[in-house]
Design a protein around this ligand. Structure first.
Ligand code: ZN
Length: 207
């Protein structure tokens, strides 16, 4: 999955309960931000080097889809997406709070190196079957997040159409589709495991 990574799009506030836990209003249209491709690193057997000295570092587990071909209006998710993975959108929460107040871009809070680790990919089961399976994040062996596409505010199709129309979407582009409730801080030594149903797709440790 990582080999062809080009643009890395992320959706903010795509689950009602997560927007609420951070005190954010639910957006009326998809809220999109970007990470550089340098943010993407393997989330399987890896020790992640992350900025541990800039205030609170939060994990946000997310379902990640990759475009198998270039977007064109009218193309469906099932035509465009052949692989998916799970990832963590690491966020410097204290930095983000300052940025939000000042109206600065989110780069310093969201786009640092290794901020988008990604599990090995699996075949995309198709949008109809996707809702049958939850994804979960376990931190030090304990479930901390559980998500399902059916709880998303904006569907995968809406997200793809929105990004494709406004920013462009091509083969190899990744989309982090937003995080469910349960985000929280992490410290050195924490171990994260990301599960698709009962199958563990990846494990990483915070260095
Ligand atoms: Zn996120």
């Amino acid at each position: 999955m990582c080999a062809l990574v080009n643009n890395v799009y992320c959706v903010g506030r795509n689950y009602q309960l997560h927007a609420a836990e951070l005190g954010n209003a639910v957006p009326e249209e998809p809220m999109i931000f970007l990470k550089p491709s340098h943010a993407v690193v393997p989330l399987e057997g890896s020790v992640l080097k992350l900025p541990m000295d800039r205030g609170s570092l939060h994990f946000e587990g997310e379902l990640v889809i990759q475009l198998a071909e270039d977007y064109a209006p009218g193309k469906s998710v099932d035509e465009l997406v052949k692989t998916m993975a799970l990832g963590i959108d690491f966020t410097l929460r204290d930095v983000q709070s300052v940025i939000k107040e000042k109206g600065h871009p989110w780069t310093a809070a969201k786009a640092f190196k290794s901020s988008a680790p990604l599990t090995p990919s699996i075949a995309f089961p198709g949008t109809a079957k996707l809702a049958d399976i939850d994804f979960t994040v376990r931190k030090n062996g304990e479930e901390v997040q559980r998500g399902n596409v059916k709880d998303m505010i904006f569907s995968l199709q809406r997200i793809i159409d929105y990004i494709g129309e406004h920013y462009g979407l091509g083969q190899g582009d990744l989309i982090f589709t937003g995080t469910p409730a349960g985000v929280g801080p992490t410290v050195s030594g924490d171990v994260f495991e990301l599960y698709w149903g009962d199958v563990r797709l990846g494990r990483c440790e915070i260095g």
